[in-house]
Design a protein. Structure first.
Length: 372
């Protein structure tokens, strides 16, 4: 395992891929999985790396290097960075592009942004596979399943605002050795006598017999994902994960040519802390499952982590941000698998109808029971 050098400024897709037919700029086409000119449709002959070694970096060494790295205020290639004053998302744009609105929340409150710390560059990417027309169809189908949504929401042409964005992600690998102790419980039943309406009755009462338990557990964590974005609601990202890591490609500017790339705002140290919390919780659950018996209590887990590595990757999503009334909502599609998760307003009238229907059913059931 190679020890990474000090974090380098982030490099994004600023290289131009010129169309050999018309001289326009070719962009990555999810449907054809090639660079295609959007003006004349000519497929670029540029060769992109379809496979290659995806390097894992030593986590401890990278964190140490990050703390020692000098501050910097520029990207390696002069790319423009803008920060949204509404949702705080930071986008990395081609110097020639004039962003009008935030890709994440639609706000026009964009201001220039200069990084204060050297950035770790992405070394691998999951290219878009879901094309824009397919993303729109999936959103329309999702709308069709929203029975509680107001009718006005379904009548709006919200798919017109769908945007394709590459989000920053961290992935973490680790090996954990855990020792655990607990009290294992076994159920057994005793017969209890009680009086009801003047008559003696019996019933079975569950009891628990406790005994000490201990054990060891080893587990390998592979590609634990932590999203580095703050522009997309975390619950939605969890709803469209995981991303298929077998589709990961070595980074090349061509894969993200023509697309917006978000710069991470959850840095390596913060992401590593979040990943460790997830690993700790999963390790504890695995130890709990290993206790055996019918139940357990007083579980104590002692862990030791080793072989901790990470990668910084770019993952594609289709993002729909819209407002309804005074609230903002988002819908996200995994740009590789097509998984969809979204937020939407609920109609108070439809909710009221459900409540009334439930009350009527309860009244009918109660009336039927009283007639027997």
């Amino acid at each position: 395992m190679n020890e990474p050098a000090a974090p380098a400024p982030e490099v994004n897709a600023r290289e131009k891929f010129i169309c050999p037919a018309c001289g326009g700029e070719a962009v990555w086409d999810p449907r054809k999985q090639k660079l295609v000119c959007p003006f004349c449709g000519t497929e670029s002959m540029a060769k992109l790396p379809a496979s290659g070694a995806i390097e894992e970096h030593d986590l401890a060494a990278a964190l140490k290097a990050m703390l020692a790295a000098p501050a910097t205020g520029a990207t390696a290639d002069g790319a423009r960075q803008v920060r949204c004053q509404s949702c705080n998302a930071i986008s990395v744009l081609d110097p020639s592009r004039q962003a009008q609105r935030c890709e994440f929340c639609g706000s026009a409150q964009l201001v220039p942004y200069a990084a204060t710390r050297a950035m770790i560059k992405p070394e691998s990417v999951l290219p878009f596979r879901v094309a824009e027309d397919s993303a729109r169809d999936r959103i329309r189908a999702w709308y069709g399943r929203l029975w509680l949504a107001p009718g006005a929401l379904k009548r709006r042409a919200l798919t017109d605002t769908v945007k394709g964005v590459y989000l920053p992600y961290w992935t973490f690998d680790a090996h954990v050795d855990a020792e655990w102790t607990a009290e294992r419980g076994h159920y057994y039943y005793t017969t209890e006598t009680y009086t009801e309406n003047g008559q003696a009755r019996t019933r079975q009462v569950r009891q628990v017999r406790w005994e000490p338990a201990a054990g060891r557990l080893t587990h390998a964590f592979d590609n634990e994902l932590v999203c580095g974005s703050v522009g997309v609601h975390p619950s939605l990202m969890r709803g469209v994960e995981p991303f298929p890591m077998d589709a990961l490609k070595p980074y090349d500017a061509g894969y993200v040519s023509g697309w917006v790339v978000e710069r991470y705002q959850i840095d390596l140290a913060d992401a590593a802390t979040r990943a460790r919390a997830t690993m700790d919780a999963e390790t504890r659950a695995l130890c709990g499952a290993a206790v055996g018996g019918d139940t357990y209590r007083n579980l104590d887990v002692r862990t030791q982590y080793s072989a901790q590595t990470f990668k910084h990757i770019l993952a594609p999503v289709w993002l729909l941000s819209y407002t309804f009334g005074a609230k903002a909502f988002q819908c996200v599609i995994n740009g590789v698998s097509g998984a969809i998760a979204g937020e939407y307003p609920k109609s108070p009238w439809k909710i009221a109808l459900i409540v009334i229907a439930v009350i009527i059913v309860l009244i009918i059931v109660a009336s039927s029971g009283g007639q027997h």
